[in-house]
Design a protein around this ligand. Structure first.
Ligand SMILES: NC(=O)c1ccc[n+]([C@@H]2O[C@H](COP(=O)([O-])OP(=O)(O)OC[C@H]3O[C@@H](n4cnc5c(N)ncnc54)[C@H](OP(=O)(O)O)[C@@H]3O)[C@@H](O)[C@H]2O)c1
Length: 378
C-alpha cells in the first residue's frame, strides 16, 4: 500500500448502527479502512445526499452488518492507494463513488474536519477532479450522473425526441442536460410538480416542461411529435404512477428505460401488478432496466465490460461538468452533521422540498481550499 499522508486509525462517521432501524442515522466511531487491491482511500472534502441512503438504512437490503457509514458520493484527496492503482496517486484531488454495498464518508464533525472522513473507492470508480470543478459540485455527480449515463449513453441518437419525467430531480435534471446538451437529442420534454422543479428542468435544457399533476402529458407529447410519441423515455422517478403514464408516451418501436427495479416493484417489499409491460408490448417498444445496485449486489455482473462502462461514465461526468454541459444544480449545501443529514434525508424521503441535489460539506478547509493549491492541512 502506498501512503505518505498521516491517516488516523478511526473517524466519527454517520450511518446506521442497527439492522433496518431506518432514520435517524447516528454518529458512530469506526476504523479508517485500508485500501486493498485496486482500491483508493480518499479523505473526503464533500459528498451529497441520495435517496438510496435512507433506503439502505430502512431496509439494509445489501445485507450489511451494521454499523454502515453512508455518504457514497465522494470528492476529496487520495491519501493511500492499494496495489494495482496507477491512474491516481496520493495527493490527487478526485471524485469517486463508493461501492453501493460498502461504506461512505459522512462524518459527524460539522464540516470542521476533525479527524476527517475517509472512504474507499474502486480504482474504476475514481477519477481525477478537474481544477475548475469544485469538490462540492464534483461530489454531487457520481451516483446521479452514472444513473442517467447508464440509461442514456449510446441510446440517444442525434435528433431524437427524449422524454425525462421529473426533470427537477437529482437524476432527472442531469438526464435532461445529458440528452439536450451532450448527446444531441433534438427535442427534450420533461415534467415536475412544483414551480421550483419545473424551473430546474427548464434551466437544464428541456424544451417543454409539463406539470405532471395537471397536464395530460401523453396528449401533449403526441401533439409535439405529430402523433408519433417519444423515441426514448427515461423514467428515474421510482413512481409506479409515473411508470404507468410515461409508458404511454413512447413511440412504436421506441425505448422505455427505467431506473431501478422497475414497474410493480417500487416498494421493494411487495410486488404489485403493473400494466406497463402490456402498454409497451402494444407499441412494440423495448423495456430497458438500468440499475446501478445490480453491479454491487450481483458481483458477477461487475465484469471488465461493466467496469469500463462505469469508468467511462466517471470520466465523462468530470469532462462534461468542466465544459459546462452537465452541471449539478445544488439546491442546498449542508455541513456534515447528524442533524443536517437526517433532516435532508427526511425531506428526500417525504418527496418535497428538494430539487436537484443537496451537497454535504464534510471538511470545509479541504472543500474550499483554492483549487490550484495543494491542500495545506494534509
Ligand atoms: N437503482 C439505481 O440504480 C438507482 C440509482 C439512483 C437513484 N435511484 C432511485 O431513483 C429515484 C430518483 O432518485 P433522485 O436522486 O433523482 O430522487 P429525487 O431527487 O427525489 O427526484 C425524484 C423526482 O421524481 C419526480 N416525480 C415523483 N413522482 C413523479 C410522477 N408521478 N411523475 C413525474 N415525476 C415524478 C419528482 O418531481 P417533483 O419534485 O417535481 O414532484 C422528482 O423530480 C430514487 O428512488 C432513487 O433511490 C436508483
Amino acid at each position: 500500500m502506498k501512503q505518505t499522508q498521516k491517516v488516523p486509525e478511526t473517524f466519527l462517521g454517520v450511518g446506521y448502527t442497527k439492522d433496518r432501524a431506518g432514520l435517524p442515522l447516528e454518529a458512530v466511531r469506526v476504523p479508517v479502512p485500508q485500501p486493498a487491491d485496486e482500491q483508493v482511500l480518499i479523505r473526503i472534502a464533500a459528498s451529497s445526499l441520495n435517496p438510496l441512503e435512507y433506503k439502505l438504512a430502512d431496509l439494509n437490503f445489501m445485507g450489511r452488518t451494521p454499523p454502515v457509514i453512508l455518504g457514497l458520493d465522494l470528492a476529496g484527496v487520495v491519501v493511500a492507494v492499494g496495489p494495482g492503482v496507477s491512474d491516481v496517486a496520493v495527493g490527487d484531488a478526485v471524485a469517486a463513488m463508493a461501492d453501493l454495498n460498502g461504506d461512505g464518508g459522512w462524518v459527524a464533525t460539522g464540516g470542521n474536519g476533525g479527524d476527517g472522513g475517509y472512504a474507499l473507492a474502486h480504482r474504476f470508480l475514481t477519477v481525477r477532479k478537474p481544477p475548475s470543478l469544485s469538490f462540492r459540485d464534483a461530489a454531487a455527480l457520481p451516483m446521479c450522473f452514472l444513473s442517467a449515463f447508464a440509461g442514456l449513453y449510446r441510446r440517444v441518437q442525434a435528433g431524437d425526441t427524449v422524454y425525462v419525467p421529473g426533470g427537477g430531480g437529482g437524476v432527472g435534471h442531469l438526464a435532461v442536460q445529458m440528452a439536450a446538451r451532450a448527446l444531441g437529442a433534438g427535442l427534450v420534454i420533461s415534467s415536475g410538480s412544483t414551480p421550483q422543479s419545473i424551473a430546474v428542468a427548464r434551466q437544464s435544457g428541456a424544451h417543454h416542461v409539463f406539470d405532471y399533476k395537471r397536464d395530460d402529458i401523453t396528449a401533449e407529447i403526441t401533439k409535439l411529435t405529430d402523433g408519433r410519441g417519444a423515441d426514448l423515455v427515461f423514467d428515474s422517478t421510482y413512481s409506479e404512477h409515473s411508470f404507468v403514464e410515461t409508458a404511454k408516451a413512447v413511440r412504436q418501436g421506441g425505448s422505455w428505460i427505467v431506473l431501478g427495479v422497475g414497474p410493480g416493484k417500487t416498494t421493494r417489499l411487495v410486488e404489485t401488478h403493473s400494466p406497463v409491460d402490456a402498454t409497451l408490448a402494444e407499441r412494440g417498444a423495448e423495456h430497458v432496466n438500468v440499475n446501478l445496485l445490480r453491479y454491487f449486489s450481483e458481483p458477477a455482473t461487475l465484469d471488465g465490460e461493466a467496469r469500463a462502462f462505469l469508468q467511462r461514465g466517471m470520466a465523462l461526468a468530470m469532462e462534461w461538468a468542466a465544459q459546462g454541459l452537465v452541471v449539478p444544480h445544488i439546491d442546498q449545501t449542508i455541513d456534515s452533521t447528524v442533524e443536517a443529514i437526517n433532516a435532508g434525508l427526511q425531506a428526500l424521503k417525504a418527496g418535497h422540498g428538494v430539487v436537484g441535489k443537496v451537497a454535504v460539506i464534510v471538511d470545509r478547509d479541504l472543500a474550499y481550499v483554492a483549487q490550484d493549491t495543494p491542500p495545506a492541512m494534509l
